[in-house]
Design a protein around this ligand. Structure first.
Ligand SMILES: NC(=O)c1ccc[n+]([C@@H]2O[C@H](COP(=O)([O-])OP(=O)(O)OC[C@H]3O[C@@H](n4cnc5c(N)ncnc54)[C@H](O)[C@@H]3O)[C@@H](O)[C@H]2O)c1
Length: 467
């Protein structure tokens, strides 16, 4: 009896040492690492890795959210054949009218309008003649709208970041798995010309094994803060720590590192500076001083290690004056690529094939003429196919067009989409996981396996092609 009590006391003491009190937080600290709970996959539900759905002859779309971003997407959809723009929804009429004018310009019929109520978007989702709901509202109106649309039998495409919390992320994963509907985050930067070319080079082994990668969202929003509907964006920054807008930086490098296609994000640590300019912007936009704590630091840095021993470094800074940058760097055993502030490649001579090897070494970028030859040789097949049309159609220089073109192409051919709900989860989780790290003195956080055991099912990232 005595031995049993002693044993129980020992077990309790060990648990007390290794599991810090979590004060009602959604995580536990075990052996110095923060762990969030991974909910079990509901019985009878399967993963949606490489999910396919019935091919669609014509892709019929409904839009929710026509503020600064949404109408531009309508303009691009109007230029893509085999699509119908069926319905438009926003609380405010101005954006809807802007979108209708684009439909006029491209000789498309005007779309049905849903407005006048905070719930009108639900009626749009219920329509029988819509295949996909395209959501470009503010961040807190992404996940719940997408969940409802999937429950109405629609595929969903959601602006970045599609989910702000782990609860929202798991909700989207479970809903996509249960309904077998596509749930894609509209991360456009993975379709930029340099990133696609570089991904193609990486997939062909030009950089050797990629060990480290960098990404960022560095974009001073000083002239934009006052333009978001009811100041939602600055308010979100005011109330939340962590990298709350990570997807442009992390998306392209996750594809190059084959995340959940042979590797997975394992541990994350985050740090931020104090918030300085947030208070100033708040006063400029609202005319009032903010006396509470402005949570999002002016610059946030997140480091993520992977199962296969790689490291990613992600920066977020929307506050201080700095040249725009998404960093984008791949550091490999045989080469290096970077995009900001100047685009450059460094490659071992053996990777270069036919070209002149003079003046190449392991310390300098390729000369411009050789770089141009390499970029032409390794232009991604998608860019080769639609790059010129995309440049003409526009949308951040063409990448937005390519994103929508690919979405329509995959839906029409019944192919897996380029980005699945697990990409969405991995690229959005930096917000809540990073905040937990920062609030605990930059402690490591275990990144949940959002595939729940299937991150190794697919070998390498590939765009699906009909041929
Ligand atoms: N991928 C990119 O390059 C890129 C660029 C800009 C913005 N974005 C993203 O696009 C999204 C929208 O940003 P924005 O700049 O257009 O913001 P915005 O404030 O200009 O527009 C949001 C719109 O949502 C509408 N809305 C809110 N609640 C609604 C509801 N219940 N029903 C109907 N409409 C509702 C508002 O009326 C507003 O017009 C954000 O997620 C943002 O991060 C992405």
């Amino acid at each position: 009896m005595k031995i049993k009590s002693l044993f129980l006391a020992l077990v309790t003491a060990t648990l007390l040492v290794t599991t810090a009190c979590n004060d009602g937080k959604p995580y536990k600290i075990i052996d110095g690492t923060i762990h969030f709970k991974t909910p079990e996959r509901p019985a009878g539900q399967q993963d949606v890795i490489a999910l396919t759905a019935e091919p669609l002859e014509t892709v019929r779309v409904g839009f929710i959210g026509l503020g600064m971003r949404g109408p531009g997407a309508v303009k691009l959809w109007a230029q893509i054949p085999n699509t119908e723009i069926v319905a438009l929804c926003d609380l405010r009429p101005e954006g809807i009218e802007r979108a209708q004018k684009y439909l006029d310009r491209f000789n498309r019929p005007r779309a049905e309008v849903y407005t006048g109520s905070i719930e009108a978007w639900r009626e749009l989702c219920q329509r029988e003649d819509i295949d996909i709901v395209y959501i470009a509202t503010d961040w807190e109106n992404h996940a719940h709208m997408a969940k409802y649309a999937m429950e109405c039998g629609k595929h969903v495409a959601i602006e970045v970041p599609s989910a702000m919390t782990l609860n929202e992320i798991w909700d989207l994963i479970n809903t996509s798995e249960r309904t077998r509907r596509h749930c894609m985050q509209l991360e456009n930067c993975v379709y930029d010309y340099f990133e696609l070319t570089t991904l193609n080079m990486a997939q062909q082994g030009l950089f050797g094994e990629i060990l480290h990668a960098e990404g960022a969202y560095i974009h001073c929003l000083d002239n934009l803060w006052g333009r978001f509907y009811q100041n939602w964006r600055l308010r979100y920054n005011r109330d939340h720590r962590g990298d709350i807008y990570a997807t442009h930086g992390i998306g392209p490098i996750c594809q190059a590192l084959n995340i959940h296609r042979g590797d997975r994000m394992k541990t994350l640590v985050a740090m931020n500076t104090k918030a300085v300019l947030g208070y100033e912007y708040w006063e400029q936009v609202t005319g009032e001083k903010y006396d509470g704590e402005f949570k999002n630091g002016d610059q946030t840095t997140t480091l993520i290690s992977t199962e296969n021993g790689k490291v990613m470094q992600i920066h977020h800074n929307v506050m201080t004056p700095r040249p725009y940058s998404r960093d984008y760097a791949l550091v490999g055993t045989k080469g290096y690529a970077t995009k900001y502030p100047v685009q450059g490649y460094l490659l071992h001579a053996e990777a270069l094939g036919e070209v002149d090897h003079e003046n190449l070494n392991s310390h300098k970028f390729l000369p411009e003429d050789i770089k141009a030859q390499m970029m032409e040789k390794y232009m991604h097949p998608i860019t080769r196919e639609v790059g010129a049309i995309a440049k003409k159609a526009g949308g951040h220089g063409g990448m937005d067009y390519i994103m929508i073109y690919r979405l329509v192409y995959c839906l029409r051919n019944g192919l897996p989409l380029d980005m699945d709900v697990y990409d969405l989860a991995e690229w959005c989780c930096l917000a809540e996981l990073g905040a937990a790290s920062i609030e605990n003195g930059s402690k490591p956080v275990a990144v949940p396996d959002f595939t729940r055991g299937n991150w190794n099912k697919v070998d390498g990232y590939r765009h699906a092609m009909a041929e």
